[in-house]
Design a binder for this molecule. Structure first.
Ligand SMILES: C[S@@+](CC[C@H](N)C(=O)[O-])C[C@H]1O[C@@H](n2cnc3c(N)ncnc32)[C@H](O)[C@@H]1O
Length: 429
């Protein structure tokens, strides 16, 4: 366990300093002996666990330190051990012993005494420390204070539920390839393989317990893909039909492009600015036996890649703060700054303004984010409608978007089976 703790220390240190979580985790895995899946899973759990509960862990750690820690690696190690003591079934004495041994792995042997003393004091004073930590909101919700304030203003009744949902474990949801297999047949295949699952809306199936994709029957053959239920609403909403010209303007890694192609025979152009992510569009479509024109380009500068023929349908799944998907990406909570919101809003405006003129009259335009902040959602669409007299809002189906106060129309809030997403469907008159 001490090796996993030490590896998690390294990943957390870099992620909390602003590096990309997925890349850092992948790099740590590459450094482990092949086939050591148990250790990989443990490092992943320690990193996710600390990032999910960071506010509470720090509130409990702070009173245990007599003086400021000079070595940030020790802070990560203590956070990790507290997470294990509070949220996992690991035996407390083993957690403490291994954390002490991890000091040697980290070449910080002189800190063994400190780590031992802090963790043993925590075990003695656990109840008192836990209840004291409930007093601050950052500790109670494990989100930065600015984030909590913003949600409180925008969702006075729902903000606590949104924050709590943002710290849950995300379920593994599959999209059944409608071209290849019916949802019930897919459920039967899963049941035959001993995998408990249930149907959600349309083509979505959620597994009771997450599994590596290689173990999911039909994944390799392209019968199913991994995609959250909220994200699966995009393709049916866009209502693309056979023969249409369709643009997916921010397409990578291709989840929604693939879903569009599974639903109709269209000519799809998939654009994205990021070459590495664009490569994943190709591999995803290849696995599913689908094809699109894949173009590296800036959605805000279509003159560089557009052939001048208007599109019947446009999907703008724009870059955003990703504030609706913190349960999948808990690092976002600590890496985002409040000033990122207007920055993303500006990029979104530039993309939407550039794309609107690419839409054919009568065509439909679907704007999507995985954010819960109004500045990236309702306010963007209000602006677009104000600036473009030929833009008209199309009502979303009531069964998927139940009545919400006007300022929340189109917003899916995160819950047990949905990521937080925003949808607005527009038509050019
Ligand atoms: C939310 S993700 C898209 C997810 C994708 N639609 C899917 O379902 O798999 C946003 C994407 O926008 C891309 N992006 C950001 N700015 C862009 C721009 N100006 N032009 C094109 N793509 C951009 C990012 O590289 C990222 O892949």
């Amino acid at each position: 366990m001490q090796d996993a703790q030490a590896q998690a220390v390294a990943v957390l240190g870099r992620v909390l300093a602003g590096r990309n979580f997925d890349s850092e985790l992948a790099a740590a895995w590459r450094g482990m002996p092949p086939g050591n899946t148990g250790q990989r899973a443990l490092v992943q759990d320690l990193c996710y666990g600390v990032l999910r509960h960071l506010g509470a862990l720090d509130a409990m750690l702070e009173p245990l330190l007599d003086k400021p820690l000079r070595d940030e690696r020790l802070r990560q190690l203590l956070r990790i051990a507290l997470y294990q003591l509070l949220h996992t079934r690991a035996a407390p004495h083993a957690v403490v012993d291994h954390a002490v041994r991890a000091c040697a792995v980290l070449r910080a042997a002189p800190a063994k005494g400190l780590v031992n003393a802090v963790l043993r004091t925590f075990l003695r004073r656990r109840t008192e420390l836990q209840s004291a930590s409930e007093r601050t909101e950052v500790a109670r919700y494990s989100f930065p204070q600015w984030w909590i304030e913003r949600l409180r203003v925008q969702y006075p009744d729902a903000f606590a539920a949104i924050l709590q949902a943002g710290n849950q474990h995300a379920p593994l949801t599959l999209r059944v390839n409608a071209r290849r297999i019916a949802r019930d047949a897919c459920l039967e295949r899963l049941a035959a393989a001993g995998i408990a699952a249930r149907a959600l809306e349309r083509h979505a199936v959620v597994l009771d317990k997450p599994l590596p994709v290689q173990q999911i029957p039909g994944f390799a053959e392209g019968l199913v893909s991994v995609q959250d239920a909220s994200a699966q609403r995009a393709a049916p909403l866009l209502d693309a039909r056979d023969g249409m010209r369709v643009l997916d303007a921010c397409a990578a890694p291709g989840g929604k492009s693939a879903h569009l192609l599974e639903l109709a025979q269209m000519r799809l152009t998939a654009v994205d600015q990021n070459p590495e992510r664009l490569a994943r569009v190709s591999s995803n479509l290849l696995r599913l036996g689908l094809a699109a024109d894949i173009i590296r380009g800036d959605a805000a500068d279509p003159d560089a890649w557009w052939d001048g023929v208007p599109f019947d349908r446009i999907l703008a799944d724009v870059p955003c703060t990703a504030s609706g998907v913190t349960r999948r990406h808990p690092d976002i909570k600590w890496s985002r700054r409040e000033s990122d919101i207007p920055r993303f809003a500006q990029r979104q405006q530039a993309i939407v303004d550039a794309l609107w003129r690419l839409l054919a009259p009568g065509g439909k335009f679907l704007y999507v984010t995985c954010s819960v902040f109004r500045e990236e959602n309702q306010l963007q669409i209000a602006r677009l409608l104000e600036l473009n007299s030929d833009a008209q809002r199309v009502a979303l189906p009531a069964e998927e978007f139940p009545d919400a106060p006007q300022q929340h129309a189109g917003q899916i809030l995160p819950d047990a089976v949905h990521d937080g997403f925003y949808y607005a469907l527009l038509q050019k008159t």
